[in-house]
Every structure is written in structure tokens, then in C-alpha cells.
Ligand binder design. Structure first.
Ligand SMILES: Cc1cc2nc3c(=O)[nH]c(=O)nc-3n(C[C@H](O)[C@H](O)[C@H](O)COP(=O)(O)O)c2cc1C
Length: 197
């Protein structure tokens, strides 16, 4: 296997949806090539237009590009299993979310939800650009707070890696086997008319 499978070749929707939802998946194989500043800004631009409660835009994206002095601080946060494939990423980012409303400092119950919406915008934009974008929870959350000086009123939500697609054959054996678009539960299993069943 030396080419990443295409999401839309493996996944079939049961109901008509836009192609991009099937195209987006989370590969791990990246080439190690950089992405341009403009490509990176385009990814974050997509995140910028996500909806949020009261248009709070409570997400913040801390980032490091490879070959910069910031890289190691981000890379060191990852668990080994993620480091194994993120070594060839072009961009690592820690997503943080303001936990309180800017206007009155009261708790914002949907800070993480809103930040997830922003990430998904970014991931879909990346898929449309033919880039790899892959979210991660396998990292040191408290370490991120400390080493990146995240203030107490911000939650550390997740990390993601982005880069140019690479050769799945170069991945460690265990990861290589999982390098394919996954499937989903049927829609009837994730919806309930009325109360929870
Ligand atoms: C918040 C979040 C955390 C994740 N954490 C990891 C991770 O630490 N390591 C990893 O290899 N994949 C991680 N993933 C990727 C998921 O396993 C993947 O999104 C899921 O299996 C669905 O596959 P798809 O994104 O290819 O459609 C994470 C995804 C999300 C959304």
C-alpha cells in the first residue's frame, strides 16, 4: 500500500449528503513536507467561521510548524503512539477553549462543543485541500497547560496534526493496518424520536 485510500471509495452514505463528509477521514501517513503559511491560514480561516453560542468564538489554536523552535514543545506532549506518526506532520496544534463568557465571566456550558465545531470546519477544509488533518486526545493535557502557558479560564480540548499525505507503507505495522477510512453506525442507531431509548 503506497497511496492513501480515498474516503469516498470506501464509504457509502445511506442518505444523500455532500461528498466532503465521506472524503474527510483521519489518515496518519504524512510525507514530512511542509505546508505553506497560506495553506495553514486557510485551515484556520475555515475554523474561524464555525458557529458558536452568542458568536463567542471561544476557541484558540496554539500551533507549531515543524522546523521551528516551537515544534518540540508540542511534539513532546504527545503519547509515543501518536509521536510515531506525527513526526512527519507539518503542523501540530493544541485547541483550547475559553470556559467563561467574555462579557460576564459566567461559565459557558458549550465551550468544548463550540471548539469541536471549529475543528470540524478545519478538518473538512483540509480534506478539500487534499491535506491530512487528524485530531488527538493522546497527549499530556496538564503538560500542555503548563508548557504553553494556557490560562486557568481556558480548557485544553484536543490536539491535531496536519500535513501532506504520505506513504502508508512507511507507518509502523500496527498503525498501517488501521490506515483506512472507518465506517459508521447506521443513522437509525444515533437518533431517537422523542425521549432517549
Ligand atoms: C477528539 C478526538 C481525539 C482523537 N484522538 C486520537 C489519538 O490520540 N490518536 C489517534 O491516532 N487518533 C485519534 N483520533 C482519531 C479517531 O480515532 C478517528 O477520528 C475516528 O476513528 C474516526 O475516523 P475518521 O476520523 O477517519 O473518520 C481522535 C479523534 C478525535 C475527534
Amino acid at each position: 500500500m503506497n497511496q492513501l485510500p480515498k474516503g469516498e471509495d470506501v464509504r457509502k452514505a445511506d442518505h444523500p449528503i455532500e461528498k466532503i463528509f465521506l472524503q474527510r477521514w483521519s489518515p496518519r501517513a504524512m510525507s514530512g513536507e511542509p505546508i505553506s503559511e497560506q495553506e495553514m491560514l486557510t485551515l484556520f480561516e475555515a475554523a474561524r467561521w464555525a458557529p458558536s453560542t452568542y458568536n463567542e468564538q471561544e476557541w484558540r489554536f496554539l500551533y507549531a510548524r515543524r522546523e521551528t523552535p516551537h515544534w518540540l514543545a508540542f511534539f513532546d506532549l504527545l503519547v509515543e503512539r501518536n509521536q510515531a506518526w506525527c513526526a512527519k506532520a507539518a503542523l501540530l496544534s493544541v485547541i483550547v477553549a475559553h470556559k467563561v463568557f467574555e462579557s460576564n465571566k459566567k461559565p459557558n456550558p458549550v465551550h468544548a462543543f463550540d471548539s469541536g465545531l471549529a475543528y470540524e470546519n478545519l478538518a473538512l477544509q483540509g480534506a478539500a485541500m487534499g491535506l491530512v488533518v487528524h485530531a488527538m486526545q493522546g497527549f499530556d493535557f496538564e503538560g500542555a497547560r503548563k508548557s504553553l502557558a494556557v490560562p486557568d479560564d481556558y480548557a485544553v480540548c484536543a490536539m491535531f496534526a496536519a500535513g501532506r499525505p504520505g506513504n502508508p507503507g512507511d507507518l509502523p505495522a500496527e498503525t498501517r493496518e488501521r490506515e483506512k477510512p472507518s465506517l459508521r453506525k447506521p443513522v437509525r442507531e444515533i437518533i431517537c424520536e422523542g425521549s432517549f431509548k
